[in-house]
Design a protein around this ligand. Structure first.
Ligand code: F6P
Length: 549
């Protein structure tokens, strides 16, 4: 059995270091160290990542890097790239890095080079995307496709939905992508209202092809389509699938020619780089999709080869561990100052929380004495400033923040981007420097307030500050940069998983709810009965009574 991170020498040293950390302020760290900002800012191509606003001294970084050494982070990357079983509970390799391997080097799983099948799949994606974009692939009645509706959930939805939204400026005019995930009929019904059955292509995206939500939505969409065309054969023109489960796809009525392959060594939440990215390839074109892969590949190479002290995913992960495990801060906010990245926090939520939301180590030991994955959340700025930033500035629980922004907008309306970036910079600075009592008092005095007013308002005007953030800046949100950014976060998750000793690539925690939902569905329909606690039993009875009446 492996050892817990808490048993390492580096962890113990970090604990002692944290105790001596009380009273350290970012203001002081910057004042005493003029080289800090430059030294703690790193770049991979145009992705500039400033880590200087973190509550870390050179000694903190030295100890965190020692922790990474002790937990075998560099070796972990090697194991990943060599196709070793990093997901032991499902006995699977973890090779999303192979999907974006642009170097033509072989990557093997159980001795077999997987690159030829990846290239073959990319070639098939290109063919379909180009046929759709050129109008060669038509609907059943011969009309060109105008709308792609992706039906999937979790990793079969969030990645492609987020990337499509992020890359909207690259969309082909006259071709739109829609995403239906929720089994709530409203989601599908609203989408079907927007599209035309003559010109819509459905992509049923499900790694397992057993996910109840996706299959329910897919069946309803199929009936809608067939009803319109009055012919089952229309399915051939209007449905494709992406899955590992070819039998289930065939059973659903989609033939092998229209089924895109996925492999069990691609985790659902790491799958946007595979044929799960088909909606992306259709709307932005395969060349742009390959640029996305190329960007991710650049970050893969950096993660694998850059020395730990310059390695962005490693440094970012270690700082997250520092806050989660030594300061006890449970959450992490990701705030893109870019409306196109509105879905980034949702994608990262699944990526991080489904990967590292674990209470058992990979070797089966129950985790005690330390926390694992953080609660990940966020919304785009500046909107977020007008909703939850109050808590970030003055709440009792500090939340480390990642700020993300492009220097140029795809929509350069006069004034807008300056406002956006000024706000981004101001928020990070405000969180860090805060406002002392003396500064707040001086402001109130300058405002002409009397002493009674000052005494009443002063406590509310003080900002503790010292709240850390990362700032990620890049020139413009293009496919390559986006690929780098997303891969940076994927590798951060991997590194944290290695530190905590968890298997970041299984997700048993989602199973219990699925099992119970299946049983309760039968009970709601009156076809079975079950044993429940009194609260659940009463709720089932209520639902049955109210729905039937
Ligand atoms: O329920 C969780 C999950 O298994 C995710 O891990 C996955 O991304 C999602 O469901 C969808 O799974 P599938 O692609 O097999 O439909």
């Amino acid at each position: 059995m492996s050892i817990a991170p808490t048993e390492t020498a580096a962890w113990r040293a970090l604990r002692a270091h944290h105790e001596s950390f009380a009273g350290v302020t970012l203001r002081d760290l910057f004042r005493d160290d003029p080289g800090r900002a430059a030294r703690m800012t790193h770049a991979v191509e145009e992705l500039r990542v400033d880590l200087s606003k973190h509550l870390a001294t050179p000694e903190t970084m030295r100890l965190l890097l020692a922790l990474a050494e002790e937990r075998g982070v560099a070796a972990g990357f090697e194991r990943m790239f060599h196709g070793e079983i990093l997901n032991p509970t499902e006995e699977r390799a973890v090779l999303h890095v192979a999907l974006r391997n642009r170097a033509s080097t072989p990557i093997r799983v159980e001795g077999k080079n997987v690159m030829p099948q990846i290239y073959a799949c990319l070639a098939r994606m290109r063919t379909l995307a180009e046929r759709i974009r050129s109008g060669e692939h038509t609907g059943f009645g011969g009309e060109p496709i105008t709308d792609i509706v992706n039906i999937g959930i979790g990793g079969s939805d969030l990645g492609p939905a987020m990337v499509c939204d992020a890359l909207r400026p690259y969309w082909k005019r006259g071709l739109r992508a829609h995403f239906v995930s929720n089994v709530d009929g409203t989601h599908l019904a609203r989408t079907l209202e927007e599209v035309d059955p003559r010109t819509t292509l459905f992509i049923v995206a499900s790694k397992t092809f057993t996910t109840a939500e996706t299959l329910t939505n897919a069946r309803t969409a199929r009936s809608w389509l067939v009803e319109h065309h009055g012919n089952e054969l229309a399915v051939g023109n209007h449905f494709v699938a992406v899955s590992t489960n070819h039998d289930a796809v065939r059973e659903f009525g989609i033939d092998a020619d229209h089924c895109f392959e996925l492999w069990d060594w691609v985790g659902g939440r790491y799958s946007l780089w595979s044929a799960i990215g088909l909606p992306i390839a259709c709307v932005v074109g395969m060349d742009h999709f390959e640029e996305l892969l190329a960007g991710a590949h650049v970050m893969d190479q950096h993660a694998r080869h850059a020395p730990l002290e310059q390695n962005l995913p490693v440094l970012s992960a270690l700082l997250g561990v520092w806050y989660a495990n030594f300061f006890g801060w449970a959450s992490w906010a990701v705030i893109p100052y870019d409306q196109s990245l509105a879905r980034l926090p949702a994608w990262l939520q699944q990526g991080d929380m489904e990967s590292n939301g674990k209470r058992t180590r990979a070797d089966g030991a129950v985790i005690e004495g330390y926390d694992t994955g953080p609660i990940v959340w966020g919304e785009p700025g500046t909107n977020a400033q007008h909703s939850f930033f109050q808590l970030l500035h003055q709440g009792t629980r500090p939340v480390p923040v990642d700020f993300i922004a492009p220097m140029r907008s795809h929509h350069p309306l006069p004034e807008h981007h300056d406002h956006l970036l000024a706000n981004l910079l101001a928020q990070a600075e405000a969180l860090m420097i805060g406002k002392t009592e003396a500064e707040a008092r001086a402001e109130l005095e300058a405002h002409g307030d009397d002493e009674a007013t000052i005494a009443r308002l002063l406590p509310h005007k003080v900002f503790a500050g010292n709240r850390p953030s990362t700032m990620i800046l890049f020139d413009s949100l293009d496919p390559r940069t986006l690929g780098m950014l997303l891969a940076l976060y994927e590798h951060r998750i991997f590194v944290q998983g290695l530190i905590w000793g968890v298997n970041s690539f299984d997700q048993w925690g989602v199973e219990l709810g699925k099992q119970l939902a299946k049983a309760i569905l039968g009970e709601l329909r009156g076809s079975s009965s079950g044993d429940h606690d009194a609260s659940t039993a009463a709720a089932i009875a209520h639902v049955r009574a109210r729905r039937l009446s």
